[in-house]
Design a protein around this ligand. Sequence first.
Ligand SMILES: [Zn+2]
Length: 321
Amino acid sequence: MSSSKRAKIVSMSKGKRQSVALALAGSAVLFTAAGAHYFEQSRLAASAEGFDGRRAFDDLRRLVALGPRPPDSPALDQARKYIAEQLGDAGVGVTYDAFAATTPVGQVGMRNIIGKLPGDRPEVVIIAGHYDTARLPGIRFVGANDGGSSAAELIELARVLARRRRSLTYWIVFFDGEEAMDHWSPTDSLYGSRHVVESMQRTGQLHEVRAVLLLDMVAGRDPHFGLESNSTPWLRDLLFSTARRLGYESAFPRRTPLPVEDDHLPFITSGVPAVDLIDFAPFLQGYHHTAQDTLDRCSPNTMEMVGRVVLVMLAELSRRS
Ligand SMILES: [Zn+2]
């Protein structure tokens, strides 16, 4: 064996040792990445589980069956009774925030419903939506998606969250008087959310609120949850990244930024981070505030998808704060 050949063998075997070592290191990296991915997926699945879209849809059916539900109507009283019963059955403590709203059609009695779920810590995340439907003269407006879906979604979320160990405190808030009594304006709209923010400011509780997740029109069959541009950017990013992690990109396309005036605004103007999880499809498809906003436009699958997104967002907020 010549020295040069020996040198070649040594060199080859050294190279081989290096590649074996590299391969082992590579598989360790792969293994660690796979382990982290598996851990991430199982954590995601555990956070998202428990929301039953069919049960939420059944709540929606019950609310829509009451007919149009404008503020201060017997049908809205019935809706409130149904919501409170469901929350009570789930073991959620219910309080009412009653007030007389000054509106273009006179004083109107309104009532927000607040379900409180205490956590280990006093910081609050508010999950909210409206349960009134628009007063639209000449139209039998049952507001299946607009007003019905947010209320039904919140009922099922309350059931799931009531069963969970909670780090943060959750308030499930059903706003009355989101819709205008006559024509939409800063003073003729968002009565319930404005009243909650004023009350919480007065009592000092607003400082405890870390985030507001507002749900509006969350049951449409073919949803297009859009980039609502009044929402707090980091919270809106969390919404869209969560939807992507759960595989719902097609229902949450990152396009069509549009500002929407909704119940998140009184919080945002008071410095509380808030995001509006809202479907643009009713506007794009032209059935928003028409007699066509009916149950057949809605789907339990969409309700379940939104429920899972919200549950994962809440888990993420608990980890972050
Ligand atoms: Zn509306």
